[in-house]
Design a binder for this molecule. Structure first.
Ligand SMILES: Nc1nc2c(ncn2[C@@H]2O[C@H](COP(=O)(O)OP(=O)(O)OP(=O)(O)O)[C@@H](O)[C@H]2O)c(=O)[nH]1
Ligand SMILES: [Mg+2]
Length: 297
């Protein structure tokens, strides 16, 4: 008898949803950074263990202020998934219960699926009593199927969490994905995301939210035995272009070299990466532009 089902990972930005998914998969399918709103798309991560297939869906962090079309799209992406899955992992940070969590809890009020509370970053607190008190207080707010105090970064209690998730997966005659498949995202998409991760991690406050990455060419060059990748970083204003490039091009060079290393690791091939920066005013608040840039609205 097989089990197979979908698990949504939801929560406020920056609580560690993508870090958790990557840890479960032992593979980086979803980019992470210290800045909130790093994830912008639904990212599927598949894990098959013996008779069970877990299909995780990482989502953009839910947030209440929606200044631009891209923010509204990110919230829609995250919310739309919760009605289509078998299990929801509601990820929060230990000791931090904010208005955003209250708001998400309200939204969860109407769902019929099992919701597991995942309290992350326990490595930051180191106080068992406080952790347990926090868990108890939050459990009183909602009929959670279960709860876990974990550290996605250190891998603490994640196996136990996975065992509980398995109990809630429906019985299925067959798996939905091949047993060795990890994601349904394309190589091109993953490459763009790796570049965006380096931009998120390297640049200051404002710029990462006003940029996106487009892959123009991605082709294996037989003669040189390497993958040739040409990508454009789109920003909203001239000033941002200068910030991405940096003085004497140093910043862009660093971003390119870090991204290239990760892409080479992912593909197992040598990579030639060329990055361009272009201004495309207002792309993040323009639904048509978003669509043409590969955002699912
Ligand atoms: N100390 C500690 N830091 C963590 C843990 N899990 C994640 N982080 C850090 O928290 C930050 C945010 O992690 P992400 O995985 O990108 O968070 P996210 O919830 O996916 O964020 P969005 O995509 O913006 O919604 C990163 O700097 C992670 O390294 C943890 O268990 N302990
Ligand atoms: Mg994320």
């Amino acid at each position: 008898m097989k089990k197979c089902g979908y698990i949504a990972i939801i929560g406020r930005p920056n609580v560690g949803k993508s870090t958790l998914l990557n840890h479960i998969l032992k593979y980086k399918v979803s980019i992470t950074s210290r800045k909130p709103q790093t994830t912008r798309h639904q990212i599927t991560g598949v894990k098959t263990v013996k008779n069970a297939q877990f299909i995780y869906v990482d989502t953009p962090g839910l947030h209440q202020d929606e200044p631009r079309a891209i923010n509204r799209m990110m919230n829609r992406q995250a919310m739309s998934v919760i009605n289509d899955v078998d299990v929801v992992l509601f990820v929060v940070e230990v000791g931090k219960w904010t208005a955003a969590e209250e708001w998400i809890l309200q939204k969860l009020g109407s769902v019929k699926v099992s919701v597991i509370l995942v309290i992350n970053k326990v490595d930051q607190l180191h106080n068992r009593q406080q952790e347990q008190l926090f868990e108890k207080q939050i459990r009183q707010k909602y009929h959670f199927a279960a709860s876990f105090l974990i550290s996605a970064k250190q891998g603490h209690l994640i196996t136990e969490l996975e065992q509980t998730i398995e109990q809630y997966l429906p019985v299925s005659e067959h798996f939905f994905y091949a047993e060795d498949q990890v994601t349904d995202r394309t190589e091109r998409f993953m490459i763009a995301e790796i570049i965006r991760e380096k931009l998120m991690r390297t640049l200051g406050q404002e710029v990462p939210y006003q940029l996106t990455v487009e892959i123009n060419k991605c082709k294996f060059d037989e003669q040189r035995q390497l993958m040739e990748i040409f990508a454009t970083i789109l920003v909203e204003r001239m000033g941002q272009k200068a910030m991405v490039i940096g003085s004497k091009g140093q910043k862009l060079k660093k971003i390119g070299s870090e991204a290239r290393k990760d892409i080479e690791y992912m593909l197992g091939k040598k990579v030639f990466l060329e990055l361009w920066v272009k201004v495309k005013e207002g792309w993040s608040d323009d639904e048509r532009a978003l669509k043409s840039l590969g955002y699912d609205l």
